[in-house]
Structures are given as structure tokens and as C-alpha cells.
Design a protein around this ligand. Structure first.
Ligand code: ZN
Length: 407
């Protein structure tokens, strides 16, 4: 039977709706192996207690008292890890159950709009169980628009008023996009700095990657900008990696490490989209991107895992595992790949302890049938998740994630 706090119910539309405070403000995972993600290896036979959305106690099962009235969840033979974070999504309300069913309990939404603000309010107000959402602003770009809600900066002189409007709307990270002129990009950067905001997104076609790496971009998505720098013929996007000159990787890796800029390479969707170039070119794209990713990692550059789910190519939820497998194929251990969907995006989002299990950390917890550092496959079928004080078991997660049946 689905074990949901009594205040929550499943809707026919496959959403989990909460009608009041959680039934169990305190939950205890008893005799569980803990993968804290701060350090490799498991803490065995632990009891982990979460109250009011925070981890409040971790200790050996033999000596850790469980508060009366707590929801008791058996951890025997199971592994508890921090909820996963997808660092690049375009969130839709209907996709919420799919994220939860894959253990994704925080998302970084890459293009803000009023619907996202409403969804954030519903989730943070406990009216809906869904992942914690951090969102960038709507994208700032030149005409014509690629996506709805584009904020136009066709002229560099417009930059400050457009950035000011995003700030007034509550966005703290400004999304920059592909068609901005170099002058518009520079004006946006100046405005963002004056206003103590952050900015992230695509390196516009008109801006060299070396420039983007020196102006304090928070993160670069899809390796935009690197593509043109590595391509022998200056190609962009996946095409840039098909004729990459790998001898150019070293200086780019060095500049990236020096800048402290994060990269979210969205590997799985790029592998998928590069198939359009034919099997041979696709293989070169995939190999070159993996080689570059591995070089970034070995030199200590900052990386996060993101899927670009929500634009119709990669599936919300399950594609994060595909993304982790791409990093493993690039030479990462399972543990290192898992860091890119927990601790590292927690740091990118600047949320203390997000992506770890530690006293004081957010109680966004994922219970698994085994250790994902040994076998990433255990992520396919979570035993359950604890999120915002609500425990949802694996059956309820799977049922909710079923596509709504046609009328
Ligand atoms: Zn995207």
C-alpha cells in the first residue's frame, strides 16, 4: 500500500497533492547503510532521523533512540543517499512524478517563467509534493526568440533595464542565451555585477569562450563556446565536436579550471542529437566530448550532471541515470558520477549541505535497495523518498509516474 502522509493523495493526473502538513514531522531510517556523498564508502548500521525538513541525527542503530511518534522506515540491507539533483531541466508540472520516481528531489530549472514561480509556491507551501526548484530567469537573447518568455536585449543599451526587470521579478541568476551580441553580453555582465546577481547559460555565438571564462559566468551549459574553439572549421554545437582538434583541449581545460566556472555538459542529449550527423560523425562527437570531460575532471574543473529534460528529447527523471552512465563511459567511477548529481550541484546552487547526508542537511533523502556506488542500476527502482516531510514509497512513486491514461 502506498505510504503517504495522510494529508497527501494521488490525483488522477498522477500528481501528488498535499492538503496540509505532513502526518509525520519526524521520520527515522532504522539500521540503514548511509552513503553521505561527502566521503566514499558506507556508514553501516545507522539510524538517521529527519525532522522539519532537516537531518537532525545520525548514529549507530544500537545507541540512537527513535523519538516516539516518528515514522519508522526499515533500512536493513538498504542504502540511504541524498536525493539526486538534475542540474539542467525545463520543468513541467506534469513531469513532477517522473522526477520523484527517479529519486530527483531538487532541480535547477534553466528558463524561468510565471508557471515556474507558481509551481515553486505550491511546492514550498506544501500543497504539492515535488522537487525543490531553483530556477534561472527567463533567457535574455536577441530576436528572433528561440523559446517563449524570451527577454530581448537587441541593443546593448537595453541590457540594464531588462536585467532590472528580472531582478524585480525575483530572479537572482540571469540566463544568457545564444544570439546575444558581444556588446549586449558585456552590458548584461556589467549590469549583473552592479546588481549583485549571478549569470549562467549559453556562451553566445558572438562571444569567444576565453572571454566568457574571464567574466565570472556561474555555469556554461552544453559546452557552448567550447564547440567553436575546438572545431577545426569553427562549427557550433554537436558539429563542433565532430572535427575537434584535441590538441586545443589543454589550454581550454586550464582556462576553465582557473575561472572556477561550472560546466553542465548535458552529455546524453548531445549523444542523442549527434546521431543526426550519421554514425561515424556521432562516434567522433561522443568520443571527443568524453575526452574533454575527462580532461576537465582530471584537472579539477567543476562539473555537474544535467539532462535538458522537458524540451522533448530526453525523458524527465530516467535520463539522469543515462547522464551518469555517460560520465562513467568518460572514465568516471560510479562514485565520482554520483557526486555530479549530489554534492557538486549543491555547491553550484550555493545551498549549504545540499547533496549530502549530514546533521543540518536538507532532509531530501533517497532510499535504495543497494549501494549505487557499486551498481548505478539500483537508482532505477527507489525503495522510497523522503521529501519536505513526506515519505513516498516505491510503489506510490511508480504509480504516480505512470503517464495518465487517455480518457
Ligand atoms: Zn536547456
Amino acid at each position: 500500500m502506498a505510504l503517504l502522509s495522510s494529508a497527501c493523495r494521488l490525483l488522477p493526473a498522477a500528481l501528488i497533492l498535499c492538503l496540509g502538513p505532513p502526518q509525520y514531522p519526524t521520520a527515522a531510517f532504522i539500521d540503514v547503510s548511509v552513503l553521505t556523498m561527502d566521503q566514499p564508502g558506507l556508514l553501516e548500521h545507522q539510524t538517521v532521523i529527519a525532522t522539519d525538513g532537516r537531518v537532525v541525527a545520525i548514529g549507530p542503530v544500537r545507541s540512537m533512540p527513535v523519538p516516539s511518534g516518528a515514522l519508522r522506515i526499515s533500512g536493513r540491507g538498504r542504502t540511504l543517499m541524498p536525493g539526486l539533483i538534475d542540474a539542467h531541466v525545463h520543468l513541467k508540472t506534469a513531469d513532477v512524478p517522473a522526477y520523484l520516481a527517479s529519486g530527483i528531489l531538487t532541480v535547477r530549472n534553466m528558463w524561468g517563467h510565471p508557471g515556474i514561480t507558481r509551481l515553486q509556491a505550491e511546492i514550498s507551501g506544501s500543497r504539492l509534493v515535488g522537487p525543490t526548484i531553483y530556477s534561472l530567469s527567463p533567457g535574455l537573447d536577441a530576436s528572433p526568440p528561440s523559446w517563449p518568455y524570451t527577454q530581448f536585449v537587441d541593443d546593448a543599451a537595453q541590457a540594464d533595464s531588462v536585467v532590472a526587470a528580472q531582478q524585480a521579478a525575483g530572479w537572482t541568476t540571469i540566463k544568457v542565451y545564444q544570439r546575444l551580441s558581444a556588446a549586449a553580453f558585456d552590458s548584461i555582465v556589467a549590469s549583473v555585477r552592479r546588481r549583485h546577481l549571478l549569470f549562467a547559460g549559453h556562451v553566445p555565438t558572438a562571444v569567444p569562450i576565453q572571454r566568457a571564462l574571464t567574466v565570472g559566468m556561474e555555469s556554461i551549459e552544453h559546452y557552448t563556446g567550447y564547440d567553436r574553439a575546438v572545431s577545426r572549421s569553427g562549427n557550433q554545437g554537436t558539429f563542433g565536436w565532430a572535427d575537434a582538434d584535441t590538441s586545443r583541449f589543454g589550454p581550454l581545460v586550464e582556462a576553465t579550471v582557473r575561472s572556477g566556472t561550472w560546466n553542465c555538459p548535458t552529455m546524453a542529449i548531445n549523444t542523442m542529437l549527434s546521431a543526426r550527423q550519421g554514425p561515424e560523425a556521432q562516434q567522433r562527437v561522443v568520443q571527443n566530448r568524453r575526452l574533454f570531460t575527462r580532461a576537465l575532471h582530471e584537472h579539477g574543473a567543476r562539473l555537474v550532471a544535467g539532462t535538458d529534460a522537458g524540451i522533448g528529447f530526453t525523458a524527465p527523471g530516467t535520463s539522469l541515470l543515462d547522464e551518469l552512465m555517460e560520465f562513467v563511459a568518460a572514465g568516471f567511477t560510479n562514485w565520482e558520477a554520483l557526486r555530479l548529481a549530489t554534492v557538486e550541484p549543491g555547491r553550484l546552487l550555493r545551498v549549504p549541505q545540499l547533496g549530502t547526508i549530514a546533521i543540518g542537511a536538507p532532509a531530501e533523502l533517497l532510499l535504495l535497495s543497494g549501494n549505487p556506488a557499486d551498481d548505478l542500476g539500483v537508482l532505477r527502482k527507489p525503495v522510497g523518498v523522503l521529501l519536505h516531510g513526506t515519505w513516498i514509497d516505491g510503489t506510490a512513486l511508480a504509480n504516480a509516474a505512470q503517464p495518465a491514461s487517455p480518457p
